[in-house]
Structure formats: structure tokens, C-alpha cells
Design a protein around this ligand. Sequence first.
Ligand code: 4HQ
Length: 258
Amino acid sequence: MFPGPLGHSLAGRALEHGTWALETLDIRSFARDKHRSVDDTPFGGGPGMVMRPDVLDAALEAATAQAVAARGERGRAIYLSPRGRVLDQDLVKELAGERSLILLCGRYEGVDERVLEKHALEEVSLGDFVLSGGEPAALCLIDAVVRLLPGVMGNVETAGEESFERGLLEYPHYTRPAFWDGRQVPAVLLSGDHGKVRAWRLEQAEAITEARRPDLWSRYLESRPAPKVKKRRATKAAAQPSNPADDPAGTAGSNEDS
Ligand code: 4HQ
């Protein structure tokens, strides 16, 4: 499953260029018995199977040794699991700063709890849904992390230009043709006025975020508190902000309904 779809992406090119490296271990190859079993029935009963701690321990010891040999340190070790910290761009950035990562992908009902403790595995979740295995989640995590590595994206979306970098959803995008299927691209985007374009995009990103993701919208408002109204009214700039980024809540001026 690795690099799988990543081989056909931006991450795949970076992998070929040696910007990052991937080593995969087949957990089954660490099984000891003749049937090469990696799972067993859960103590206490119940449905499904649990991955054996002894087998996982052997795999994790090998992964750790490889990471230390190649990168000088183990780095953070992550078990992909719906119980974990939900992956977001803040966590992606943290992980992109690591020299090395170990990703453990489980199947069945999950892994024996003791192996998580022993290897200080952090649990990371892709979201509140259930996969049949951790691999697709690991692929998503890797994709998100690798695109942040220096040189991978080139000049695209540097310097926190992405809406998500500011805690907002993306504004709407358009390309040629300007008139298509009876639909016209918003005139402001054809105006050549970069200031107006920037203001329009921020306005759109804010409106979409507020409508679709109240959770992100609240955080956005909290992280960029509206300046005190009193102070703002004292200046001309406050009454009619030239840079909408200075007025994320749109509370200065009188454009509440616009
Ligand atoms: N699973 N985010 C159960 C996930 C998952 C998720 C991975 C299913 C682990 C044992 N992983 N296995 N959601 O649903 O990361």
C-alpha cells in the first residue's frame, strides 16, 4: 500500500528526488509461529481480533533501530486511530518539523494496549469515522506532511498564503473561460485591481467559513480579536479599513449587511 497513491503525487516526485524517504515494514514478517499470525482473540471476549503485542513490539523495535541508524533519532511514533488527536494543519506542521516519524497501521479491532504504552505511541486520528485499517490514514498524513517540506511545493502557496494558514476555508477559485455554461466569473477577479481581489477573497473565505464551519469561525474570531471600537473610530482608517485583514470580524465600519 506504500507509497501507493503517493507515488503519483507531489510527494511521489519529492520521494524520487530524495527530499524524503519511506521504509515500510510488513508486520507479518515479525510473526514467530508457523502460521505467521499477527492477531488473536480479545481477552474478556467480544468481537474481532486484536494485534499481538509481541509481534508489534518486534516490528517497532526494528523500525526504531532503522530510524536511529538512518536519521539519528526515532522521532515521534504514531498509531493511526480514531481515539487520537485529530489531525489538523497545526499537527501537520509539527510533524513536518521532525527528522523522522514512525507510523503504525493497525487492522482488525486494534492493537494490544500495552504496546502503545511501551513504545510511547501517540495516537492520531483522521476524523470521526471508521477505516478498515490505518494505512489510508497514514497515506493522508504523509501527503499533508511532505508537501510542507522545503522545496516540495516550489513557489506555490508559500508564506502562509493558503486560506487554511489563516484558519479559514478556501475562497472560490476560477479559471478560463471567463464565461462558461452561462456562468460569468466574478467581475472583480477580471478587474486587475489586486487590492480589491484580495479583499473579495478574504470576504468570501470568511463567509464560507462562517456558514460551513462554525468551529473554525469561532477560533478565527478568537485568534484575531476585533480591535476596540473606541480606538478604531478615532481614525479615518478605522471607519473605512483599507486592509480587510485588519478587521477580520468586519465590525469596524458599517458594512454589516454587505
Ligand atoms: N482506524 N483515523 C481501526 C481508523 C482511523 C481513523 C485505524 C480503524 C485503526 C485499527 N485511523 N484501525 N479514523 O478508523 O486514523
